[in-house]
Design a binder for this molecule. Structure first.
Ligand code: ZN
Length: 266
């Protein structure tokens, strides 16, 4: 677990489970001859991944951005995705009962299926309205990513938003689309510094190049345009990027070399 200070805010990159996904699906149009040099696949062509939700503690509230893959999966599911379950709140001085807001970047199982495993006593769950609709009425192309029994219970505490949204404390939800219609990322800003949680807009540090877009994305060209827009904002304000899906939690600054995006990891 990594701890980052942003002014008086405490930010933690948590461990929300390890898993593996097909490398070809993760790199879309990028040929294996190229991506396998960045990250090597296992005998089933899967690459090692993890989920690193972000916990933000301010003077006023505790925010949790995504929850992760969760626990109590059956052996078939664990085998397909090579799941290793982890407890999100281990080694933290706050528990699920202290969380005031859960921000869901979107409702795919690797991001939000953990919801049913923790007793969030008071938390409200903030989701884009389009994402809520698409998760509840998925089509055949997206159905495997949405698990009904783990999405329906969210309805008891959901807040649906439409488009960009500002929370108290300088936390901004930015609708990007691309991966799903209602996919959003999160900017945490404190005076002149900020951290931006990239979610599936840039799932790992190996996806920083513009066309390295997942085959899972429902609207890949929207992902490309969202990257142009978000990268220019990130480099203008020098925000720190936090990545969700590397096996080890990663953060870094965006640099450009001959107009090509590069990362300076810290
Ligand atoms: Zn994801």
């Amino acid at each position: 677990m990594r701890h980052i200070k942003l002014g008086s805010f405490d930010i933690y990159q948590l461990n929300g489970g390890k898993f593996a996904l097909d490398g070809g699906a993760m790199f879309g149009v990028v040929p294996k001859a190229i991506w396998e040099k960045l990250i090597s696949p296992d005998e089933k062509n899967r690459i090692p991944m993890a989920v690193h939700p972000l916990l933000v503690k301010t003077q006023k509230a505790v925010y949790l951005i995504d929850i992760g893959i969760g626990k109590n999966w059956d052996s078939k599911f664990k085998e397909i995705y090579d799941v290793y379950e982890e407890d999100l709140f281990s080694n933290l001085d706050v528990g699920p009962e202290d969380v005031d807001y859960i921000i869901a970047t979107h409702l795919h199982f690797d991001h939000m299926a953990g919801y049913i495993n923790y007793n969030f006593k008071k938390a409200k769950v903030i989701v884009q309205k389009m994402e809520w609709q698409d998760a509840n009425f998925p089509h055949l192309r997206s159905r495997a990513s949405y698990i009904k029994e783990r999405i329906e219970p969210l309805s008891e505490r959901i807040i649906l938003i439409e488009g960009d949204y500002k929370l108290d404390d300088g936390i901004y939800l930015i609708l990007t689309g691309g991966h799903t219609r209602g996919h959003q990322i999160v900017l945490i800003e404190r005076f002149d510094k900020g951290i931006i949680f990239m979610a599936d807009l840039v799932p790992t540090v190996h996806h920083i190049n513009y066309p390295y877009i997942m085959g899972y994305d429902l609207y890949p060209v929207d992902t490309l345009y969202a990257r142009y827009r978000i990268y220019s904002m990130i480099s203008k304000y020098n925000y720190l990027m936090a990545f969700e899906h590397d096996r080890e939690a990663k953060v870094g600054y965006l640099k450009f070399e001959n107009d090509k995006p590069k990362l300076e990891l810290i």
